[in-house]
Write a protein that binds this ligand. Structure first.
Ligand SMILES: [Zn+2]
Length: 339
């Protein structure tokens, strides 16, 4: 039986008002490509109660977005294909790529199956410390503990986290306090204080090499690198940056036995990766490097600083996606200096 992609729930919503804007730009600029990125995804009923839900896409929204793109004539392609189309630069060509950064268990359980159902490809940027178990998944662990308990112990005492609002507030406060080089140590102390099995939580949230082997064999999945330890590349010495960039490529190629051509910078904004880092990615043997600077891919795009538009969990309207597709969000970000 052939599964048809889901139709958008509201086929004539405000997102359609944006489309003429893109068409006018196309008549001047020709080909248009839009690269989307996100991290995690959860079923709608789970998503509602997540303490860090901006980090997760609502799968129902992603399903609607994929259906909308197909019905409005966008080709959903791999990055390999996106680069071929960029080189051709055919006027009127419109393509979209989706990439998942980091890669958690939900990439295997929810995201890849949804793309398969739409017969659409997806690119996975893997941080190899996740399947290797060497990178502490402190945000996922903290979120899980908050979601499953009614109160927690912090360094300053007991904190009630009964309601969704309390859980979200606690996540925001604790993750802001821990963020930085000592995050893993803060998380370890938190787990000890709250009698949490950090290894079990890691296994619950991490993608495994077994899962990646299955995904590698899926013709709709393209696998790229996203460093070893998810470090901010611009903050590293040359040697450390090389280890992070080349190290993930070597590890992925060894474990999965496939060429790894694409790289995505952790964080990916202007302060997180610069000219030296783009050169290091090229030197490591990759063909492209993706950032999270908003914007569209046009024919003259630099393959080592590809713009990507981040999809955030809380933005569940197709009109916002359509604003990314027209390039308006990229123009606005540059005008506001948010690069
Ligand atoms: Zn990342």
């Amino acid at each position: 039986m052939q599964l048809r992609p889901a139709l958008p729930a509201r086929p004539f919503g405000p997102e359609h008002l944006m489309r003429p804007v893109g068409a006018v730009a196309d008549s001047v600029l020709g080909m248009r490509g839009c690269l989307f990125t996100f991290h995690r995804a959860a079923p709608s009923e789970v998503w509602e109660g997540l303490p860090n839900r901006d980090f997760h896409l609502d799968l129902g929204y992603l399903d609607r977005l994929l259906g909308y793109l197909t019905h409005t004539g966008w080709a959903i392609v791999t990055l390999d294909e996106a680069m071929r189309r960029t080189a051709r630069g055919e006027p009127g060509d419109r393509f979209v790529n989706f990439s998942v950064d980091d890669c958690y268990r939900d990439t295997f359980e929810h995201v890849a199956p949804l793309f398969r159902r739409h017969r659409a490809p997806v690119t996975l940027f893997v941080t190899t410390g996740i399947p290797d178990g060497t990178l502490a998944l402190w945000q996922a662990g903290l979120e899980d503990v908050l979601a499953s308990r009614e109160n927690i112990l912090t360094g300053s005492g007991r904190l009630a986290v009964k309601t969704d609002a309390e859980k979200r507030k606690a996540f925001a406060a604790l993750s802001a306090a821990w963020d930085g080089p000592k995050a893993a140590a803060h998380y370890e102390a938190f787990c000890e204080r709250n009698d949490v099995d950090a290894d079990a939580l890691h296994a619950k949230h991490a993608i495994s090499w077994d899962m990646l082997e299955v995904l590698r064999d899926d013709p709709l999945v393209e696998i790229g690198g996203h460093t070893v330890n998810h470090r901010r590349i611009s903050s590293l010495s040359d040697a450390e940056a090389r280890d992070e960039i080349a190290g993930c490529r070597v590890r992925l190629q060894k474990k999965l036995g496939i060429p790894v051509r694409h790289f995505a910078f952790p964080y990916g904004r202007a302060g997180d990766c610069g000219t030296r880092d783009f050169a290091l990615v090229r030197e490591a043997g990759f063909s492209t490097a993706a950032t999270t600077r908003k914007g569209l891919v046009r024919r003259d795009v630099d393959h080592f600083r590809l713009p990507r538009n981040t999809l955030v969990g809380g933005h569940r309207h197709l009109a916002l996606a359509e604003m990314h597709l027209t390039g308006i969000t990229g123009i606005a970000a540059r005008m506001l200096g948010r690069v």
